[in-house]
Design a protein around this ligand. Structure first.
Ligand code: CS2
Length: 490
């Protein structure tokens, strides 16, 4: 017999051991619209909200996807219910989350979504639209005014496609109706994500209309640091979760036990009591963001490129290679930690906890998944750290290897000659550069470092940086990734 679909009707019949919502879902009303309803949000913020709804049912979430209807397709028949499955060495622990009341597909329901965003009940619009969703220049953090979606949205402001366009149109409607703005809460992996969102949204609003630009300046954009590792769900995961809970879930979310959320406490329109469910509400999130981006994400990207090239499919496999572990330990200890200013935080303990999380054998986190969108990730994960180290006159050996591995990866050809499926908004441009360069490390460096949206205008010219990356590239071409890592740590 096939299992019945997860839904309000089957909730009471789930297998023992499955945690289910402890509140009456029919009493929950929407207070939050979330743009970018992917796995990251569903493993993170939606869980914190789920923990709070028994106490305050006015903060339900309506999720929206800006690009693909697949989340809506999976969750609509389940009335928004889905499972998070927490994996560690002891097994997989399922919990059904009820905080997402519905999912909207912005392409087919744009007007309904904008109407909801403009309604007074919505007091927070949160975002996980990934780095590229900001339509900005990652090197400067400014709105990319030539971005095709931005060009489209400025020409068609009432039917926008992009996240900035959606936010500004909803805010414009609130302004026109005399409704106070919602708070915009970015949960993406960007430094000062609140400020970045604010810069982009206010610029876009000002380009639409000076008055609107001025009004949007008063909108609150708190920064947040979000941390939970969420590998993409596979068919095997779906089957495992269906077996565990006793109902079919079309899109469960697989994650780790660890979760962290640091939030700048600036919500003039009100907020759920996140501090009661484990979030840290602070004045200044930036040091936490830098710590996470430079230590966790910087290590992740370095392991992703060197790991993929070295033939490792999962991060836990990379962590099984002592040379790689030594490299990552050194990258954090010698090169990232000295750039961080975190009085009162034990960075050594933070590093050790990260290494344990990376080791989690049950969490099948693909190197290929993390390798995606490197042009958008490198600036805040490795290049900012490199700039600080260069300014201080300190070595950048391991960080430069991370950059070189990315350059080698985006050539699109693996060490065994097979093709790499490079996913990146600049993939084609980078492939053309790599094709021209062939296996000449200097030409490859010069071609890619000229991408000012990644490297700014300073790094391509920096001879210490250039020499370090070119040397690593030579090794990567000659010895492969494993050989290069062994040479470096040996
Ligand atoms: C990862 C992150 O895919 C990636 O680029 O580095 O998504 C990482 O797993 C999260 O930031 C962890 O909080």
């Amino acid at each position: 017999m096939t299992d019945a679909r997860l839904s309000p009707a089957t909730l009471a019949t789930l297998k023992a051991g499955t945690k289910v919502p402890n509140y009456d879902r029919s009493a929950v009303s929407p207070g939050i619209v979330h743009l970018g309803i992917g796995a990251f949000h569903r493993a993170h913020m939606a869980v914190y909200v789920d923990d709070l709804l028994a106490e305050d049912p006015s903060w339900g979430i309506v999720g929206a996807s800006l690009r693909r209807p697949d989340t809506k397709d999976a969750l609509a028949p389940q009335d928004g219910l889905y499972t998070i499955a927490v994996r560690d060495a002891s097994g997989t622990h399922p919990r059904v989350i009820g905080s997402i009341l519905s999912v909207m597909d912005a392409n087919s329901e744009r007007e309904e979504l904008l109407t909801l965003m403009a309604s007074p009940a919505i007091r927070i619009v949160s975002l996980t639209v990934t780095e590229k969703g900001y339509c900005h220049d990652p090197a400067t953090g400014e709105l990319d005014e030539r971005h095709p979606d931005i060009v489209h949205d400025l020409g068609n402001p009432t039917t926008p496609k992009s996240a900035p366009g959606m936010l500004v149109e909803a805010l414009a409607r609130r302004k026109a109706a005399g409704i106070a703005p919602f708070t915009v809460m970015s949960c993406d992996n960007l430094p000062s994500n609140g400020e970045t969102a604010k810069r982009i949204v206010t610029r876009f609003a000002a380009l639409r209309e000076a008055d609107l630009g001025a009004w949007v300046k008063d909108v609150a954009f708190p920064s947040t640091m979000v941390d939970r590792i969420v590998p993409s769900t596979t068919d095997a995961d779906r089957a495992e979760v269906t077996g565990l809970i006793g109902a079919e879930d079309a899109w469960p979310i697989m994650t780790e036990p660890f979760t962290q959320w640091v939030i700048e406490d600036h919500f003039p329109a009100g907020r759920p009591a996140f501090e009661k469910v484990g979030a840290q509400l602070v004045k200044d999130v930036e040091p936490f963001e830098l710590m996470k981006l430079r230590m966790l994400n910087g290590s992740h990207s370095t392991m992703a490129y060197l790991g993929y090239l070295g033939g490792y499919e999962y991060i836990s496999e990379v962590m099984g290679d002592p040379a790689y572990v030594k490299l990552i330990h050194g990258l954090m200890t010698e090169e990232a930690m000295p750039t961080l200013d975190m009085p009162g935080t034990d960075l050594g303990a933070y590093r050790d906890e990260l290494l344990e999380r990376f080791r989690n054998p049950a969490l099948k986190h693909r190197t290929w998944q993390i390798a995606m969108d490197g042009s958008q990730k490198l600036p805040q994960r490795l290049l900012g750290t490199i700039r600080d180290r260069l300014k201080a006159g300190e070595p950048i050996t391991r960080l430069a290897l991370g950059v070189a591995a990315w350059m080698r990866y985006v050539t699109g050809i693996a060490e065994d000659g097979s093709e790499i499926d490079v996913r990146d908004p600049h993939a084609l441009k980078m492939l053309a550069i790599a094709t021209d360069a062939g296996d000449d490390p200097e030409a490859l460096f010069d071609g890619l470092a000229a991408l000012t949206e990644v490297f700014g205008t300073d790094l391509a010219e920096n001879s210490i940086f250039r020499t370090a990356v070119v040397e690593h590239l030579e090794n990567l071409f000659d010895e492969g990734a494993r050989g290069t890592v062994e040479d470096l740590v040996g």
